[in-house]
Design a binder for this molecule. Structure first.
Ligand code: URA
Length: 233
């Protein structure tokens, strides 16, 4: 099995991030550092990351966090900012599934299951992500139609979003927007393409999985029904 697939199957990180670990020289096979992505791993091989032996028998962990504003979705932040892992302190190594911006709140999954991460974050799998969005002003029907049809903004194409208007007051409009791609700053860029600003952004669902009553900064393990659902996507 290719080394990146092996590492992600052991719950080290997503396949793409595992490739970086390999290129960075942090992976040893049978005592020798390997930086060649084409390396194949046999069952009998001994594989280490940062000097720790990797085992394919690692238990898979699935956690839902209500990410608050003011933390980043990375394992280590080079600027020393608070990360989501400062909020979920467990002994096993886990990592966030995809990203929410520093100032975005809401449903974030954390796991050590690299295959599941690929499934949820890969654009071709079109897993729906639903956001509660507060927007400056009142987007017109024509503006919403544009976003529903898909747009190009600053050279990036965004597929159409499902949008419903929840309400408008005090010069702001609350929308529910569902997207499938998860491109960088996707919701903010779509709204910005209308010449408007996002005032508040919170992810409330991934597919049928809902944030529910978790308070800001609170987390919980997913139950069996929820993990089965994610694996079925
Ligand atoms: N879209 C954004 O603009 N930001 C997020 O954090 C998530 C979706």
């Amino acid at each position: 099995m290719r080394i990146n697939k092996y590492l992600s199957g052991c719950g080290i990180d997503s396949r793409r991030k595992c490739e970086k670990l390999i290129i960075d020289g942090r992976v040893r096979v049978n005592g020798k550092t390997v930086t060649e992505l084409a390396t194949d791993i046999k069952d009998s091989d001994s594989v280490e990351v940062d000097g720790h032996l990797v085992s394919s028998a690692q238990r898979k962990i699935y956690i839902m966090l209500n990410k608050p504003k003011g933390c980043v979705c990375t394992v280590n932040d080079e600027k020393g900012r608070k990360t989501v892992l400062d909020l979920v302190k467990i002994n096993q190594r886990i990592y966030p599934v995809g990203r929410l911006d520093y100032d975005t709140e809401g449903l974030l999954l954390l796991t050590n299951d690299g295959d599941l991460t690929n499934k949820i974050t890969h654009p071709k799998n079109t897993v729906k992500k639903t956001y509660s969005v507060r927007v400056e002003g009142e987007p017109t029907a024509a503006e919403l139609k544009r976003l529903r049809g898909g747009i190009e903004y600053n050279g990036v194409k965004y597929n159409g979003a499902e949008i419903s208007v929840v309400g408008a007051e005090n010069g702001e409009t609350k929308l529910l927007m569902t997207i499938t791609e998860g491109k960088n700053h996707e919701i903010k860029n779509m709204i910005e393409s209308l010449g408007r600003r996002v005032l508040f952004l919170k992810r409330v669902a991934i597919g049928d999985l809902r944030l529910g009553g978790l308070s800001r900064g609170e987390w919980r393990y997913l139950n069996a029904r929820e993990t089965d659902y994610l694996k079925s996507l």
